[in-house]
Write a protein that binds this ligand. Structure first.
Ligand code: ZN
Length: 500
């Protein structure tokens, strides 16, 4: 047991998918392949005298993110200049927000999971602030040369800073995963970490158990370009700092990078203080007000958020928290599940008998299981998204219905689903065409079993001599003879009777 405990805070940058860039009329080319320096203008390349005009849609997206993260939305806000020199920053300053961010004092509640994916609890991390700024250009290093591409310069960038509420690398990773999911539900960013649309940094310090949790020295960790990097990078940094402290050394306040290939962090630079940036109010953009009516309108436009949907799936459909949480993690899959359940509801309302609560729950859970296991696997293997799925929700519900009613057994269901996945065909047609309807007729199965016993005297003898496993071989023979359509329970029962 280590005598130190980590305190972790996150800083997350997200590119917003607005139509145009943050302060000019250029198209927001985020995620598009364009030739370098073709999507630029005098404003985003910092030409003298060019005037910046803020993007209303980007402000709207930021307010929505703030509302979804339970933040206080500022009544009065403004943009500021953050002055520094870097070759990818043509203006010599970045337009950002200093002391009046659009959002402050919120939180994100997310689920904690164990390695096998089961939900072990929930955690809440405070959001200190969310502000809006512009992205920089990109430097491309080629051999001895460095090239610069300004296509990304001035793309709207939202920065979110958390309270130091996180206590482990796993928690940090889960926080980032659920944060990305939230951005995707809001439709404000595709937040693809591999493409740099969402970039995470962690502030990590260690304190001795029993002492103030903020008493350690903070190290800033950059280059965390995937969820795995967030977890591994923080884990490494905790170990590194523990070793430094254990050997009587000093942890310095510095910025370190994560080297994914070498699996270690390395020193980048000593930390600048905020005043080094010489922030001052952006003179070209007037301070702005975010009125109550405007904020309320945006609040009404918020979609159902992942946490709400997850809780509703548990309540409305009786799903286990784990399954609800996995479904919700894929927005399209969650939508598909809901379409399947409404098809099942239609079917149940048309039936003569009334369904009991427990039967309805069984149907919903069966749907969720088939979607999360069989279907999800096929979708992943095909490397196509849910949007290209050929199986209509109506046909999927039909499959669930015939499995539920015992018309086909689970191995036949696999065959039917495979065919549905390839062709989109109606499951009942596939069952008829392939003769997959489950055979439960005792007379018919009795005849088939009689024949199997006659041609397999060896296993019959083994079973009678106490080798119980021999019966499994015989069941297998019956299943093969019926092309997998026999009802295994009925087969087992008849076999046992005949072998007495
Ligand atoms: Zn431009």
């Amino acid at each position: 047991m280590s005598k130190y405990k980590p305190t972790i805070g996150m800083e997350v940058h997200v590119e917003l998918i607005t139509n145009s860039k943050m302060f000019c009329g250029c198209k927001n080319g985020m995620g598009l392949e364009t030739n370098p320096n073709t999507n630029i203008c005098p404003v985003c390349t910092g030409q003298p005298g060019a005037i910046s005009v803020p993007n209303a849609q980007a402000i709207e997206f930021t307010v929505q993110a703030g509302l979804a993260l339970n933040c206080h939305i500022a009544r009065d806000s403004k943009f500021d200049r953050k002055n520094y020199f870097y070759p990818d920053l043509p203006k010599g300053y970045q337009i950002s927000q200093f002391d009046q961010p659009i959002c402050a004092n919120g939180f994100l509640e997310f689920t904690l999971k164990s390695d096998d994916g089961s939900v072990t609890g929930t955690e809440r991390v405070g959001i200190t602030r969310i502000h809006l700024e512009e992205d920089t250009g990109k430097l491309i290093h080629e051999g001895k040369d460095t090239l610069v591409d300004f296509n990304r310069a001035c793309v709207p960038l939202m920065e979110l800073v958390t309270e130091p509420d996180i206590n482990s690398a796993q928690e940090a990773k889960r926080f980032c995963e659920d944060l990305r999911l939230l951005f995707r539900y809001l439709g404000i960013s595709t937040a693809d970490m591999e493409k740099g649309q969402m970039r995470c940094e962690a502030n990590i310090s260690l304190h001795e158990v029993g002492k103030d949790r903020l008493s350690g020295t903070k190290v800033e960790l950059k280059n965390l370009n995937s969820f795995r990097a967030v977890e591994r990078g923080i884990e490494y940094e905790i170990e590194r700092q523990t070793e430094v402290l254990d050997s009587g050394g000093t942890v310095y306040q510095e910025t370190r990078g994560w080297d994914e290939k070498k699996g270690r962090t390395f020193l980048q630079r000593n930390k600048e203080d905020a005043h080094d940036y010489r922030y001052f109010p952006e003179p070209d953009i007037a301070p702005f007000k975010l009125g109550e009516a405007y904020v309320n309108l945006l609040r009404e436009k918020l979609p159902e958020l992942p946490t709400e949907k997850r809780n509703r799936f548990v309540k409305q459909f009786g799903l286990k928290l784990e399954n609800a949480s996995t479904l919700v993690a894929n927005k399209e899959m969650a939508g598909y599940f809901e379409n399947v359940t409404s098809e099942l509801e239609n079917w149940m309302s048309e039936e003569d008998h009334k369904f009991e609560e427990k039967d309805i729950t069984t149907l919903y859970r069966l749907s969720a299981n088939y979607i999360l296991t069989e279907l999800a696997r096929k979708v992943a293997d095909s490397e196509k998204g849910m949007s290209e799925l050929k199986i209509s929700a109506e046909n999927f519900a039909e499959l669930i219905k015939i499995v539920y009613e015992g018309e086909i057994n689970s191995s036949a269901a696999q065959t039917v689903l495979e065919e549905m996945f390839l062709t989109g065909a109606d499951p009942s047609h596939i069952v008829d065409e392939k003769g997959l309807a489950q055979k439960s007729d005792e007379v018919e199965l009795g005849t088939i079993i009689g024949d199997i016993l006659l041609v397999n005297p060896g296993p019959v003898e083994d079973y009678k001599n106490g080798k119980d496993n021999a019966i499994k071989f015989l069941v297998g023979q019956v299943m093969a003879a019926t092309k997998g359509a026999a009802n295994p329970q009925v087969v087992m029962q008849i076999l046992k009777e005949k072998l007495k």
